[in-house]
Design a protein around this ligand. Structure first.
Ligand SMILES: NC(=O)c1ccc[n+]([C@@H]2O[C@H](COP(=O)([O-])OP(=O)(O)OC[C@H]3O[C@@H](n4cnc5c(N)ncnc54)[C@H](O)[C@@H]3O)[C@@H](O)[C@H]2O)c1
Length: 317
């Protein structure tokens, strides 16, 4: 186990957990971000503050590295990704392009790229009761504006770097990851964290605001399953994009009820139809995940939400 690993985006949620996972496995880990982790310091052997939109910074990040876990991105919840199409697309395309090219020049043996369920087309997600999305459903392409197009294009860029330069790439499409140490306030938070915060701040029988009519559906994956899945994918021979999520689809209203139940609070939902709700319904089809990794995420939604709610509740206090 003498590999040197780079984890980008390690000031953020998933990559911070990824660093801990890889350190526990005994790897030497360099972490990179433009910011330090918000809630606890990194366990990485080395933490470098670098802006990966810059070519020189990407080259510095990969120096002496064997494998890259590229999780840095300009991203946030549905409010954020629908408001800043130009910034998100430009920042991420710059970062991803420089990271892939730097990895090629450094002769990196394996490169992980974090894609998203936002690559799937709108026309496959216009009802809240559809079958799970299979990997091939991403085409013909009609992804989420900005963020989804940028993810889909970088998936192709990974494929081209494999075809033309033999850079080994692994690509996961995450479906709604949640857990402790994730942003829960300030505009970049995602629905599970925002709902935990609202419920933590409320008293018994208070009203809480829910975006849309709450009947939009999603599946949610606990962070420990996410990092386990990323690591398993990196060890596998599967080089095509692969879903990484649970296939338990719940509505946002059901998610609110689960969080209220673990919080021991009775909550009234007030629906704000003027707020963005994203696609109407989305679930992961895990046939390929199960086939290629011989594993699927298995942490129960209520168990994961209990841990997440307790952590956010303590932060709010
Ligand atoms: N959280 C989810 O549910 C989810 C779902 C789908 C895909 N993803 C993808 O997973 C990855 C990690 O997401 P996350 O939830 O941990 O997000 P996050 O926002 O918590 O972490 C991303 C990190 O990237 C860093 N970053 C942004 N611009 C940078 C730059 N120019 N240089 C260096 N670092 C920069 C940010 O500072 C941040 O700390 C991202 O690629 C994201 O698109 C996440």
């Amino acid at each position: 186990m003498n590999q040197n690993i780079l984890v980008t985006g390690a000031g953020g949620f998933i990559a911070h957990h990824m660093v801990n996972y890889l350190k526990d496995k005994g790897f030497w880990v360099r972490a990179v971000d433009i910011v330090e982790p918000e809630f606890e310091s990194s366990n990485a052997n080395e933490f470098k503050l670098l802006d990966l939109r810059l070519k020189d910074a990407a080259e510095e990040a990969v120096e002496g590295i064997d494998q890259v876990y590229h999780l840095a991105a300009d991203m946030g919840g549905i409010g954020y990704i629908t408001a800043f199409h130009a910034d998100i697309s430009r920042n991420n395309i710059l970062m991803n392009t420089h990271m892939l090219e730097a990895a090629r020049l450094e002769k990196i043996e394996r490169f992980f790229y974090s894609s998203s369920a936002c690559v799937y087309p709108d026309y496959r997600q216009d009802s809240n009761e559809l079958d799970g999305l299979k990997e091939e459903d991403a085409y013909p392409a009609a992804p989420e504006e900005g963020y989804g197009w940028e993810k889909l294009f970088t998936e192709k860029l990974c494929q081209y770097y494999t075809q033309d330069y033999d850079l080994q790439t692994r690509v996961a499409r995450f479906h709604n990851v949640y857990g402790p140490l994730g942003t829960f306030d300030g505009g970049k938070e995602k629905a599970p964290a925002a709902l935990c915060r609202k419920i933590a701040k409320s008293n018994y029988e208070d009203d809480i605001e829910v975006w849309g009519d709450g009947e939009q559906t999603r599946s949610f994956m606990y962070i420990d399953d996410c990092v386990e899945g990323i690591y398993r994918l990196m060890q596998s021979n599967h080089s095509e994009p692969l879903n990484l999520g649970t296939d338990l689809m719940v509505s946002v209203n059901q998610l609110v009820d689960i969080i209220a139940s673990v919080a021991g609070k009775k909550i009234n939902k007030i629906h704000d139809l003027s707020k963005p709700q994203g696609v109407r319904g989305r679930n992961s089809d895990n046939t390929k995940l199960s086939e290629f990794l011989n594993w699927t995420p298995n942490i129960d939604l209520e168990d994961g939400m209990k841990i997440t709610y307790e952590w956010i509740n303590n932060q709010v206090k």
